[in-house]
Design a protein around this ligand. Structure first.
Ligand code: SAH
Length: 345
């Protein structure tokens, strides 16, 4: 357990201030940042170019929160699913996806989630706690250590709602894109949100070059409310104007995620409305056949019907992809892995 702060969570600027507050010279901040984010040190003892006294003072104020891979499932297509254990015993999932353009890691932003989407396993037990920025970065570092290769892309689409953990999430973006550390290009990062309007606007104002993905899943407020409680708080019209603001402010096209639920949101009218929304935003559409979860009764749209829907959207000049299903043989859809692991303890 730790009541001390996670030093790995400090952005370079915050680390500089923290080092100054200890009465140390600025170059110590560079050394510590390098130990944490390049050499991936997991203890202050390893920071051998720091004087012993400084190491002691750091250790009395800070910890380096542990993110330990306790289980790794490997798929024949290269996908790996990690159960990461945190310092307080909580566990989260991280997924490695191998693409022709390189390694992509899907990270979690919270332990559990309080958004309550009916089709999602991560939210079944509610929110347990926010992850620190360092715990988000350490998921990437853990995967890199496991595979011995660099990770060039990150998606924030694991458990949690990143914009519900806004300050830690934005610190994570600053950390992971920092060229003194991992230096992952902002354009290679995608964050997904269920649509927290004020935070979408705040994020836009930061002008990061990351891609914002909106979990749309239904094209009317009425329908959206049936599967996403957050729709009671924010109307689609407001979400769409916030997304337009994001696009206009950052120049980055929005991705609309649309999970296909058989007989619910995959009809011809849905295709029409989805086209209209996508066109109005100049957005890319990502169709995701829903992964059925044990706790809920939803059936995925068939591959055939998904392709029909895709064709309809393409006729309307919408840029659309059907998400490739990866790691099927290791049988663990979004969120399921963590719950299974918890039950086995
Ligand atoms: N909270 C964020 C990010 C986490 S979920 C968000 O809501 O966007 C990442 C994506 O997976 C979201 O689009 C989410 O709606 C989708 N998702 C969750 N459970 C799913 C399931 N069982 N099948 C298919 N997609 C799912």
């Amino acid at each position: 357990m730790s009541e001390k702060k996670d030093i790995r969570s400090l952005t370079y600027d915050k680390l500089k201030d923290a080092v100054a507050a200890l009465g140390e010279k600025k170059f110590r901040a560079d050394q510590i940042f390098d130990w944490l984010h390049v050499k991936k040190a997991d203890s202050f003892d390893r920071m051998t170019n720091l004087p012993l006294g400084l190491r002691g003072r750091l250790a009395s104020e800070y910890d380096i929160y542990e993110v330990r891979a306790v289980q790794v499932l490997k798929s024949s297509d290269g996908t790996r699913k990690y159960i990461h254990r945190l310092y307080d015993g909580n566990v989260i999932e991280t997924v490695l996806l191998k693409y022709d353009y390189g390694n992509s890691v899907c990270i979690s932003s919270q332990v559990g989630c309080r958004m309550g989407c009916r089709f999602c396993a991560s939210t079944v037990d509610g929110l347990v706690r926010d992850l620190t920025a360092g715990e988000m970065a350490a998921q990437v570092y853990s995967v890199e250590a496991d595979i011995g290769e660099r990770v060039g892309h990150v998606v924030v689409m694991g458990s949690g709602e990143p914009l519900d953990n806004y300050d830690n999430f934005t610190d994570f973006i600053e950390l992971i894109t920092d060229n003194r550390g991992a230096g992952i290009g902002a354009r290679n990062i995608t964050a997904s949100t269920c649509g927290l309007v004020p935070k979408i606007r705040e994020l836009a104002d930061r002008r990061y070059q990351i891609t914002l993905a909106l979990s749309l899943h239904a094209t009317s407020d009425e329908k959206r409310k049936e599967i996403m409680p957050v729709a009671n708080k924010y109307a689609l019209s407001d979400i769409i104007s916030a997304c337009r603001y994001y696009f206009e402010t950052t120049g980055r096209r929005i991705t609309l995620e649309y999970s296909l639920i058989s007989g619910f949101n995959d009809g011809p009218e849905d295709a029409g409305e989805l086209s209209r929304i996508a066109k109005s935003l100049g957005a890319h559409v990502n169709l995701i056949p829903i992964n059925p979860i044990e706790e809920r009764k939803y059936r995925a749209t068939s591959r055939n019907d998904a392709v029909l829907l895709k064709n309809k959207l393409e006729k309307n000049d919408i840029n659309v992809t059907i998400r490739r299903e990866m790691g099927r043989d290791i049988q663990a859809s979004c969120g399921q892995l963590r719950r299974k692991y918890m039950e086995s303890m």
